[in-house]
Design a protein around this ligand. Structure first.
Ligand SMILES: C[S@@+](CC[C@H](N)C(=O)[O-])C[C@H]1O[C@@H](n2cnc3c(N)ncnc32)[C@H](O)[C@@H]1O
Length: 204
């Protein structure tokens, strides 16, 4: 049996290979994830909505891909969503959905400091971990979040096996710099029996 994109996604290494995998997968990504019961976008959007008073406040969907995460944010009530991603192929699909205020291609090492303070909420849904964006993205996103902002992130079971990812989240909120408001484990890809923990952090 040939290896599926989903199989490859957990093993791919290096920024160029990650970008190529998602460029190649873009056209079939939504159907594959739908078939596998991708639960995380809806879970993240629901807990973020519960922790953000104003659904019109701008939200950054980091690693937005084809826009499944943006669609979940919109369904939860958010109305001002920007998407960024390293894969132009995935962004083409996101653009076609017309869900986002802006959709931009970024480099994998982009600090996004030009967007500092612009977003009341930042999400990274199914993005950070082995086969995806590296752990230092956590500090980069936390750095551009304004005081009072919310950072919502999911780590799937593969990512949770490496305690360094959660440790980096905990370091962000150390010494009163913020608080972890939500930490919930649940379904990620139901069809594969893979879970994910969803976190919402508040910046002091
Ligand atoms: C599994 S998809 C998730 C897409 C979307 N958030 C969703 O929930 O469907 C992972 C996405 O992260 C993007 N990505 C990987 N590394 C990245 C990085 N360093 N910076 C930004 N996006 C990245 C990939 O191109 C891909 O679109």
């Amino acid at each position: 049996m040939s290896e599926t994109f989903l199989d490859k996604a957990y093993a791919v290494q290096g920024a160029d290979a990650v970008r190529k995998l998602y460029d190649d997968w873009a056209a079939g990504y939504d159907a594959d994830l739908d078939e596998t019961g991708y639960a995380t976008p809806r879970r993240v959007a629901a807990v973020l909505r519960a922790e953000m008073a104003d659904p019109a406040a701008p939200v950054l969907d980091f690693g937005c891909g084809t826009g499944l995460s943006g669609a979940a944010l919109a369904a939860a009530g958010f109305t001002t969503i920007d998407g960024v991603d390293v894969s132009d192929g995935m962004l083409d699909q996101a653009r076609a959905k017309a869900l986002y205020r802006n959709v931009d291609l970024i480099g994998e090492a982009d600090s996004l400091t030009d967007r500092a303070g612009c977003y009341a909420g930042i999400v990274a849904i199914g993005v950070i971990g082995p086969g995806g964006a590296p752990a230092d993205v956590i500090e980069r996103l936390w750095a551009i979040l304004p005081s009072g902002g919310r950072f919502a992130v999911s780590f799937n079971d593969h990512t949770l096996r490496d305690p360094a990812f959660v440790a980096r989240l905990e370091a962000c909120v150390a010494n009163g710099a913020g608080r972890i408001l939500v930490r919930e484990h649940g379904d990620h890809l139901r069809g594969r029996g893979i879970g994910a923990t969803v976190f919402v952090l508040a910046k002091s």
